[in-house]
Design a protein around this ligand. Structure first.
Ligand code: HEC
Length: 157
């Protein structure tokens, strides 16, 4: 490596480290708030809740388990974004209010849209077998099914 090339690399490396350190100062994604659980849906069985807890609760409840790396930017920003958006669409811990996502939950599971692939990649506990997906989807239909969706819509009015 020429001296110039080495200098460029050192300069580049220093810049990368400086940006990485500076980004830790950004407050977004650091508070890891878990608001109180106000009310959960009337689960059809403990098994459904268990599966939902494994695969959905990190982003769709107030019982998020914040991993250590969720304190390190820029991963923390991605995690915070997922949790904020996820809770906004569907929050199993805030069943006192209308939950737009309730009617789509079982479909999201069957179509393998949820939990998101990147999350499944990182979290082994969220990788459901075909049988578990089936059980969760059925349980969600029973728990949040048509009547539950209607009840939610009434609340929205
Ligand atoms: C890693 C975080 C994460 C996990 C885990 C997760 N979700 Fe989501 N979910 C999101 C985000 C972010 C959104 C909102 C953006 C979107 O629609 O992609 C969302 C949206 C949804 C919606 C609304 C979709 C719509 O278009 O109405 C439903 C329903 C849903 N998720 C169900 C589930 C279910 C059921 C599970 C567990 C099997 C689950 N999610 C697991 C992050 C997650």
């Amino acid at each position: 490596m020429t001296r110039i090339a080495r200098k460029v690399w050192i300069w580049f490396g220093t810049a990368v480290i400086a940006v990485a350190l500076a980004s830790q100062v950004v407050p977004y994604g650091r508070d890891h708030a878990n608001p109180p659980v106000t009310r959960e849906p009337a689960w059809d069985s403990p098994g459904t809740r268990e599966l939902a807890k494994r695969a959905c609760f990190d982003c769709h409840s107030s019982e998020t388990e914040w991993p250590v790396y969720a304190s390190i930017a820029p991963v923390s920003w991605l995690v915070q974004h997922d949790v904020t958006e996820g809770r906004g669409a569907l929050n199993f811990s805030e069943w006192h209010r209308a939950q737009e996502g309730a009617k789509d939950a079982s479909q999201e599971v069957l179509q393998r849209e949820m939990p998101p692939a990147t999350y499944r990649f990182v979290h082994a506990h969220a990788r459901l077998t075909a049988a578990e997906m089936e059980r969760l989807a059925n349980g969600l239909v029973k728990t949040l099914g048509v009547s539950a969706a209607e009840e939610q819509q009434e609340r929205e009015q």
